[in-house]
Ligand binder design. Sequence first.
Ligand SMILES: NC(=O)c1ccc[n+]([C@@H]2O[C@H](COP(=O)([O-])OP(=O)(O)OC[C@H]3O[C@@H](n4cnc5c(N)ncnc54)[C@H](O)[C@@H]3O)[C@@H](O)[C@H]2O)c1
Length: 419
Amino acid sequence: MESDDPFNNALAQLASITDILSVDPEYYEILKSPMKQISVSLPIKLADGSAITFQGYRVQHNNARGPFKGGIRYHPSVSLAEVKALSMWMTWKSSLIDIPFGGAKGGITFDPSKLSHDELERLTRKYVDAIERDIGPEVDVPAPDVNTNAQTMAWFMDEYSRLKGHSVPTVVTGKPIELGGSEGREAATGRGVVICAREAVRSLLKKEMKDVTVAVQGFGNVGSNCVRSLMEMGAKIVAVSDVFGGARLSNGGFFEGDYSHLAELAAKNGSVSKIPGAEPISNEELLESDADILIPAALENQITEGNASKIRAKLVVEAANGPTTPMADKILDRSGIALVPDILANSGGVLVSYFEWVQNLARDHWTIEVVNDRLEEKMKKAFHDVLNHSEKHNLDMRRAALVLAVGRVVSAMQLSGWH
Ligand SMILES: NC(=O)c1ccc[n+]([C@@H]2O[C@H](COP(=O)([O-])OP(=O)(O)OC[C@H]3O[C@@H](n4cnc5c(N)ncnc54)[C@H](O)[C@@H]3O)[C@@H](O)[C@H]2O)c1
């Protein structure tokens, strides 16, 4: 029976490399538990005068390679187990893309669509007040994740700066450009996913992007920017979806290359699933689409023991964190379906967050061309490092990526004398 606890899945992934990456077992013991788990109660007054207390978390997994780093999620399913898993994946991701950060994650358990703009601001400020002593530019640097965005980061920075008595732009990344945000940060995760997809299509499918079809689950920051970059490269989008459901786009025909038309219709109709003329499908059907590439860009546990054998794509590129369970990994592998793992595919977000932090520290502002060129260079290198390692040692790409990432973290711990 497979577990739907994301932290169990993260631990199972770590366990899958202990026979391959031979290090002192004491290091694995350290890495199995986050260094710090913070749980906070967040009481706020709602607009109708009632008071409600929310539950918030910040989990700091490891900082051997640099300050803790990771996003903040607002979602009803946020739990300590989920945040712990996401914090561990952040440690591997920062290491794999080779930036001087560790891994952390935060979240508040609630449905943001039920709060007003003002209530969301109050809750965000309350959360900053509660974790202020555990974060900071050299300590732990948050960023956006599911249901948080540049506006959330602006409130975050403002509240932290108010508490410190001076402006501290380096405390968060993913800020609006006007407040020290980086060019290209918003699109970076999706853009990086598609750079990985392009490299995988060339190396593994021996094709070019203009010759492939793609289904994308999720149309938020990451999913929509994946679709945009895919269309720019000439790939055909055959299906898209969001929390309300999916839409089959008749071989990409009526949106060929025109991202803004698709995004406009999705916004006007309140969901990609309600685009006029498209055939409505469920999220389950989207995952089983007859497309060359499947990009899950929503939440964890989407490809499971239950549906992995029905996946028809030749390549899965994980834009979301933890969308494939360990059991499903094995089924995909047996079916000959290649998978580019999350810690590699979606690392463009934390990479450009790092670029933002560096620009803020230097009081500098890079052009979009500089940001995108550096993103391209780093993503391409990380992709080929993982692919070469996987081919050389006959490993699937998830285990190859983990071996490289965990190896670097252990090396930093050894050099620093953690034992
Ligand atoms: N934002 C980033 O920079 C970033 C970086 C790395 C990884 N990620 C990961 O990418 C994923 C998406 O994050 P995001 O920032 O785009 O969030 P978002 O809130 O902007 O968008 C989430 C999207 O998923 C859809 N969705 C939610 N539940 C769904 C379901 N059950 N079925 C189908 N669709 C569903 C929503 O409708 C929305 O379109 C998450 O796993 C996140 O951790 C995000």
